[in-house]
Design a protein around this ligand. Structure first.
Ligand SMILES: [Fe+2]
Ligand SMILES: [Fe+2]
Length: 465
């Protein structure tokens, strides 16, 4: 794979600047003649090579939006792109889209057959084959095996994962509505499928993360909870002072900007600001104190004023009127490109679901759950639990394209890990332990921020306590 610096140098030799998305595209294609073909396609008066100069590529075909600032773009989750809550009919389209798109990641490895055809053909009682579908239910049998109902567009079948087989541990982590492939054989009576191997969409082992060709730093935070009596104002001020002296170009805030009103019973006893407009006004004034050269990218969380169902719309102008001009409001989730480095911002409501569904998962350690999102290539697979989902014709919670960084919050416990080259950051909080967290035995890690180097993808955790 060509690295970004080499690609940029090749263009500079012909006196051309190049857009980071073009650099990315070339790096991913790994086609030695591509640079020359693009250069040949650039008109003589152009100074910057953009995506429209790539022969045969239609910009925006993959849903990308190319905005005016090449260094900081919203690739998914631009304000105004989410729709109203869907009608019932949309849910079948929604799950079909999920099955099709995530199926693409599995198909090459599993070559699945329709479940209906499998049940009809007696030859699969000796011969192994593969199926692919959504997990309907996952339960333990009386003998301690796992019985998983898998459904595809043709039919459904009970899949048995034997407790003494190596894939049993993986089967224990299956959650409703995730897409999997299974290789195995049919039982003698044709009613059961004995699993031998399981496939998730996953991040390919060959995945090579993109690095910016020039220096740049981003800071990742979330869960500020302005308006709560546990918001740590002094700690925040130390962070703001540090930012002023830094050369950070981007600040990403992944939701729960304010504490909100009426989010949980008797919340008003724990609020210092009891008016929602005022909460955002104070948050806005905090942002105005930060360096104006910095781009601030803001997505909502479950404490914010927008609808709870995901994708959550961006904070509307009514509440962000006094935010400084360097703020970019995005939806939850949203994917942003910082000098070509993609960060998928997702508040992380589904962490509650994953933690309740996967044996051994806990609030103390977000790493296995975030890896789990990447393995499933989905931010919130399970429909109908604590994460409300607004289904559309397409599933916006699918993880595609693969980001360099997955940035979540919500659980208020900082953690950084790596899964197959994707940096997983849970960015903690700016709120000390609440009465609810005390009751739940959750100890938050407030006052920390993750500093990301866009050139190396290295990071450090800054502590402002
Ligand atoms: Fe929060
Ligand atoms: Fe939250």
């Amino acid at each position: 794979m060509l690295d970004a610096a080499t690609i940029v140098q090749r263009f500079l030799e012909t006196k051309l600047q190049v857009h980071p998305e073009v650099v990315r595209y070339i790096a991913e294609k790994d086609d030695p003649g591509l640079i020359d073909r693009i250069i040949a396609n650039v008109p003589g008066d152009a100074v910057v090579v953009s995506v429209r100069h790539i022969p045969g590529l239609h910009p925006g075909r993959d849903g990308s939006r190319f905005l005016t600032d090449p260094e900081c773009e919203v690739i998914r989750g631009t304000a105004g792109s989410s729709r109203a809550i869907a009608s019932v009919a949309d849910y079948s389209a929604y799950f079909r889209d999920r099955y099709q798109r995530l199926g693409e990641c599995i198909r090459a490895r599993a070559a699945p057959m329709p479940i209906e055809a499998l049940k009809k053909g007696s030859r699969y009682r000796q011969e192994a084959c593969s199926i692919m579908g959504l997990v309907v239910e996952n339960r333990t049998t009386a003998n301690g095996h796992r019985m998983v109902e898998v459904e595809d567009p043709t039919s459904s079948i009970q899949v048995l994962f034997h407790k003494d087989r190596p894939q049993f541990a993986e089967a224990e982590t299956l959650v409703p509505d995730e897409v999997i492939g299974v290789r195995g054989t049919l039982s003698g009576d044709g009613r059961l499928f004995f699993a031998e191997q399981m496939f998730r969409p996953d991040i390919p082992l060959s995945h090579a993360p993109f690095r910016s060709e020039k220096p740049g730093q981003a800071v990742l935070i979330s869960d500020v909870h302005v308006g709560s009596n546990t918001f740590l104002e002094e700690t925040w001020n130390r962070f703001a002072d540090w930012l002023s002296g830094s050369d950070v170009s981007y600040l990403l805030i992944a939701g729960d900007l304010v504490d909100g009103i009426g989010v949980y019973p008797n919340q008003d006893h724990e609020l210092t600001i009891k008016n929602i407009y005022e909460q955002y006004e104070v948050f806005g004034s905090m942002l105005r104190d930060l360096p104006s050269r910095m781009k601030i990218i803001i997505s909502p969380g479950n404490h914010d004023v927008v609808r709870q169902a995901e994708p959550q719309p961006a904070i509307p102008p009514e509440f962000s009127a006094n935010f400084p001009k360097n703020c970019i409001m995005v939806e939850n989730p949203a994917m942003v490109s910082l000098q070509g480095v993609r960060v998928l911002m997702y508040h992380g409501r589904s962490l509650d679901d994953f933690i309740s569904l996967i044996p051994g998962a806990s609030y103390d350690n977000s790493a296995p759950v975030m890896a789990g999102m990447l393995q499933r290539r989905h931010l919130a697979p399970t429909y109908g639990k604590r994460t409300p989902i607004a289904a559309g014709k397409e599933d916006p919670l699918i993880i595609d394209p693969i980001p360099e960084v997955l940035h979540t919050g919500h659980i208020h416990i900082m953690g950084v890990s790596d899964y197959r080259g994707v940096l997983c950051v849970n960015s903690g909080t700016w709120q000390s332990q609440t009465a609810f967290q005390k009751q739940m035995n959750i100890t938050p890690t407030p006052g920390r921020a993750v500093l990301l180097d866009l050139q190396t993808l290295g990071y450090s955790v800054l502590d402002f306590n």
